[in-house]
Each structure stands twice: as C-alpha cells, then as structure tokens.
Ligand binder design. Structure first.
Ligand code: F6R
Length: 624
C-alpha cells in the first residue's frame, strides 16, 4: 500500500520528508518520489526501487543539473519549507519513474500524491483529454492534479473541494500549488489521512509513523473531509464546504506500536486491513452494476468463450482461495474446473489442452511449485493467468496474463488479507466469464455485483461484531489438543483455511473435512473434549450440514458454528453460534473466514505465541 507524507512549516523539509517515507517502508512499495516547492517553483525527483535510489536521485539532481534548481534550493537553510513525498505500490500502470508520484498538472503548478484508487479514472481521463489536458503517466492518480487544475481559480482548498466532487472510488490525496507556498490541502475518501501538528509546522500523512518522531499531536481526518494545513494548524470541511470542528489528540504509541498502526501484531493489523484489501481489488473492476471490467487482463473474449476447462494451481492459503473460486466459477459459468496443489500438478504429467485456462494463484508471485506448475501448463499449450499481489514478481513474468490483488504488503507470515483479496479476484473472474459466455442472467449479475460492492463495509462490520464472542470461545478452548473443522460446498474451503490458520500459528493439530465424509473415518476422533468448528451459513446444503452437526453432538463434541444472521436453526443445533451478516450465499466465504482467522489468532496469543512469525515457516517459499 502506498504512503503519503506532506510537510509545511518553518524547517527545510527535504530530509524530513524522506525520513517520513522511511517510516512507511513497512507498508511495501516499488517506487518513490518527492516534490519540493521553493521560490515559486516545484521540482520533483522520482525513482524506481527503494528509498536509497530516491536519495541517490535527489543527490544527483542537486549536484548535477537540477531542473530549474528547486532541489538545490531545497538543501540547507535556504531549502524548501513545503513539500510532498510518496511511496508507491503499483496498481494502475507499471513500475516506472513516470508512474511514481508526485504527479503534476499541465503547467506543473499543482502537484499531488494519492493513495487508493480513482474508480472513474477512464471517464475523467477522456473528459480531461477532450478539454486539452495532457498526461505524462499511466496512473489514475495524475487525473487528480488535472482535475484540481480544471477547478482552480486562485483558491486551492476550493479547487480540491470541487475536484473531490468529481471523483469516485476510495482514496486519500494531498495537493500543493506553486502560488501557495504555505499551504497543503488534502482530501479523504476512506483511505487514511492524518494531520500531525507541530510547533509552527504541520504534517499530512497516510499513517502516524511518518511524523511520530517530530510530533505526537494529531488531528484525524475522517472520510469525506477536506483538510487545509499550514504552519499554524489545520481546518477541516465537509464536501459542501461547511467547517467541521475537531479536537487535537495526543498519541501515546511507541514506534513499534505505530508501525503496527496501534495493533499488537502485524497479523491483527492485516486482519483489519481486509476491508481495504477487498475494496482495492474490486474497485474499478466493478465500475457499474452491469458487469465486470477486466480490460486490463489480456484474454480475448473469443478465447474466454472457447475455454473448455479451467485448472487452478496454488499452494496453502492461495489454494484455498482457488477452491472458493472453483465453486463460484463453476456455478456461474458451467465451465468444468479442476483444482490442483501446485506441487502435485507439476509432477503428475498432467493432460493439458489449448482450450485450458490455467490460473496460478500466488500472493508473493514467487512460490517455486506454483511457478513450475504454471510454466508446465504454458509449455503444453494452455493459456496461463497469474493472480498475484506483487507487481514485477516472477509469476507476472511467466504468465500470459495477470490479475492483481491489491492487498498491499503482507508482513505477517499467516496470510489473511491476501486470502480475502484472492477470493474477491476469483469472484471477478467468475462474473466476467459468466458475462462473456452469457451463462448468468443480468439481474443475477447485478445482484452479485451490488453485494460485492457492500463487502468492504460488511467485512469491517463483521470483524467488529464477532470479536467478543470469538475471544470468549478462544479463552474457553485454548488448551484443547485437537480441533476438527467441518463444512460443505463453499463452506469447505473456509474450513480448510480456518484449520490451516489455527494449525500454523498455534501449533495445535487440526483437520478439516467435507462434512459428508465425516462418517467415513474422522468421526472416530470425536469425544467430549473435541471442539468442532462448523461453517453452517445459509446455502442449499445447510440442512445437510445441520444433520452432520447433530451426528457430531451425539458424540458429545462441542460445536462452534458460523451462521448467517437470523438463521435460528443453527443456534438450536450448535453449542456456540457466531453470526455473520447475510449476503448472497456464494459470497459468504469473504465473511465466514473472519471469525476463523480471529479464533486462530486469539488461541495462539492466549498461548503466548508469536503469530507474526510462527516457527519453521517463511513468508515466501522459493525453494523446491
Ligand atoms: C498460510 C500461508 C501459506 C501460503 C503459501 C503460498 O498462511 O501463507 O500457506 O499461502 O505458502 O504462498 P503464495 O501465495 O505466496 O504462493
């Protein structure tokens, strides 16, 4: 995820801004840039790669041929006292210097940095081009500089407010203007934006660590607010221009807590980042309710119509995301789907045809077995698509085409937000294929898209609403020696993933089974001490699941059920019920997994374990 730092005040700010970016490095990025304003002129330096490349580029601009000299002006006591800096995690457009932020308007008077996604960028790009604006990057962010230019009439805050009204999506941005050397203006729609208030100076950043070493006084900017910041402080308005009073708060975090946004671990922070990860993944791919826009993916519609089979290859959590996709895509498109664990597929001499679409799912894009499986399929003539979270990773180079998840860097070894983003990506593929092949009525497409668009807020609501109950169950069950997970249909991959989470971070043995298989063996494991976690959300197989729950309880086992709100039959059948919001049953995995991630988390924490770095595990498995 990208990082924003802005400064306005009395001190030369070039080094302050780069130091701020260093504090945001943990978020992950692939390029960075800085714009400084001095003597009525803005100069920008951008670089691909890490911040040492940016430092080198800044030094080169200063010592070599500075463009009009502003970077040189920015050094020492005579330096710029206002500027913007950014670390970019590429979403729109490749990882290049041109696509790195900040971006400018046509006259290079207005510079902006942006986090998030502008969903209506294509239509705005067309409008602005017709009005004569010229673009220098492939990004959606550059649109914002030109929109501010469109509305600018001497008042930067007003221009930002009007530009904000033209935008759709979720984003936070900060702008500065060469004619206003003492003011930064920011706007927030969902993505975070925070003001740091110092003595005769202020910061505007996407996260507190960016300025925590300079000040602990903060002003939170809420969603749908515009903020104007100068050395004396900040003023906030709503999108209609009405002022909003906000108290300055003092942050008590130390630097370690700040890096985790106040959460005790990266895993918990990443669990809470799932609304944003899903929102970014679906954003501009669902521009309207009428269909999916996957124009960025290089698969022509003729091929999509002629695909006779889909094969999904992946490892671990990514494999479970693929399994969710299998149920959804098969249901919506009627294309037969095969799932394979990548390390099995690559060594089993698979039959491959030119009409196969092989989807390799790998958040890191570097897992050796998944890469090998994808290469084998490609050599044998299949069309290969990668679903990955990392631009420029090996999977993106090996595949014929790529669909990116946009979950941001995941630091915790146990995958959480990348899983939900992968599941969202699978739904996008399923809907797109159904639309191209005409296998799903338009009213169903519209209904599912509307539900997907609600998902980020439903995920947020679920994480909050289940927390107390899950914590209480974790407290009661943390000493158990074995957990069994049972589910059917779309609930099965949720169980497999929930069981993997508990196993890998708590070291408690778990098993996950198709509930219908229970009587063929695993039922022998059950006694009064066995907790059985069951996904019993509403679906065409709920009755079947409940009869399995009855069999389990007849053996005295303690059943924890995940159920759909209002589904009282489950409460009557289980010992403990955790409710999640109602949505289309095929989309339930995006919500049902949340209590299971939290259950694993609280059990492991209760047992004093390091959830961010479980023993024997690495975040990326690059060896065969
Ligand atoms: C579990 C987990 C692993 C990964 C697996 C594949 O929490 O993170 O099971 O899912 O190693 O990794 P990627 O997706 O990078 O190919």
């Amino acid at each position: 995820m990208c990082g924003i730092v802005g400064y306005v005040g009395r001190r030369p700010c070039r080094d302050l801004l780069i130091a701020g970016l260093e504090k945001l490095e943990y978020r992950g990025y692939d390029s960075a840039g800085i714009s400084l304003l001095a003597d009525g002129h803005i100069d920008t330096v951008r670089a691909v790669g890490n911040l040492s490349n940016l430092r080198t580029a800044v030094a080169a601009a200063q010592n070599g041929q500075p463009r009009e000299g502003a970077v040189a002006v920015a050094t020492g006591d005579g330096g710029a006292r206002i500027g913007l800096a950014h670390t970019r995690w590429a979403t729109h457009g490749r990882v290049t210097e041109e696509n790195a932020h900040p971006h400018g308007d046509c006259g290079d008077q207005i510079h902006i940095v942006l986090n998030g996604i502008v969903e209506n960028h294509s239509e705005l790009h067309a409008e602005l081009t017709a009005e004569g604006h010229g673009f220098t990057s492939e990004t959606d962010a550059e649109i914002v500089a030109h929109l501010i230019e469109r509305h600018y009439d001497g008042d930067l805050t007003e221009a930002v407010r009007l530009a904000f009204g033209d935008l759709r999506g979720h984003y936070a941005f900060v702008a500065m203007h060469a004619d206003h050397p003492d003011v930064l203006v920011g706007a927030r729609k969902e993505c975070p934006l925070i003001v740091g208030i110092g003595t005769e100076e202020a910061f505007l950043a996407s996260a507190i660590p960016a300025f925590l070493s300079e000040t602990r006084s903060v002003l939170q900017v809420e969603t749908d607010e515009i903020v104007t910041v100068d050395a004396e402080g900040a003023s906030i308005t709503d999108p209609s221009g009405t002022g909003i009073a906000r108290e300055v708060e003092e942050v008590t975090w130390d630097e370690d807590a700040a890096e985790k946004a106040g959460y005790p671990t990266f895993m918990m922070k990443e669990i809470h980042e799932q609304p944003e990860a899903v929102a970014e993944t679906i954003a501009d791919r669902l521009p309207t309710l009428d269909g999916v826009d996957l124009s960025e993916v290089d698969i022509d519609e003729d091929f999509a119509r002629s695909v006779s089979r889909i094969v999904i290859v992946a490892c671990g959590t990514s494999y479970h995301a693929g399994l969710v996709g299998r149920y959804a895509i098969e249901l919506w498109t009627r294309i037969p789907i095969e799932m394979d664990i990548a390390s099995e597929y690559r060594y089993r001499d698979p039959v491959v045809s030119e009409k196969d679409l092989v989807i390799g799912i790998t958040q890191s894009g570097e897992t050796a077995d998944t890469l090998a499986a994808m290469r084998l399929a490609k050599e044998r003539g299949a069309k290969v698509m990668a679903i990955t979270n990392v631009m420029g990773s090996q999977a993106t180079r090996d595949a014929d085409t790529v669909l990116y998840t946009r979950a941001g860097l995941e630091i915790g070894v146990a995958a959480t937000k990348t899983f939900t983003a992968q599941v969202a990506a699978m739904y996008l593929i399923g809907l797109w294929l159904a639309q191209v092949r005409g296998t799903f009525p338009i009213e169903d497409v519209r209904r599912i898209i509307a539900e997907l668009k609600r998902m980020p807020s439903m995920i947020e609501q679920t994480i909050e609403s289940v927390d107390d109950r899950v914590r209480a169950i974790a407290r009661a069950q943390a000493d158990q020696r074995f957990f069994l997970y049972l589910g059917r249909n779309i609930g099965l991959p949720v169980c497999l993933e929930g069981a993997l989470k508990l196993r890998e971070i708590s070291y408690i043995p778990t098993d996950a089974y198709a509930a219908g298989e229970m009587k063929h063996g695993p039922i022998a494991l059950l006694d009064e001490s066995t907790p059985v976690v069951c996904v019993a959300t509403e679906s065409p197989v709920l009755e079947k699941v409940l009869s399995n729950v009855a069999e389990v309880r007849a053996r005295g086992a303690d059943v924890v059920a995940i159920a759909t709100e209002g589904s009282t039959v489950v409460e009557d059948a289980a010992d403990h019920t955790i409710y999640i919001p109602r949505t289309d049953w095929v989309l339930q995995p995006l919500l049902a997994i949340l209590p299971l991630q939290l259950l694993a988390y609280y059990i492991a924490r209760r047992n004093g374990l390091n959830v961010d770095q479980p023993r024997n595990l690495a975040k990326t498995v690059t060896v065969e």
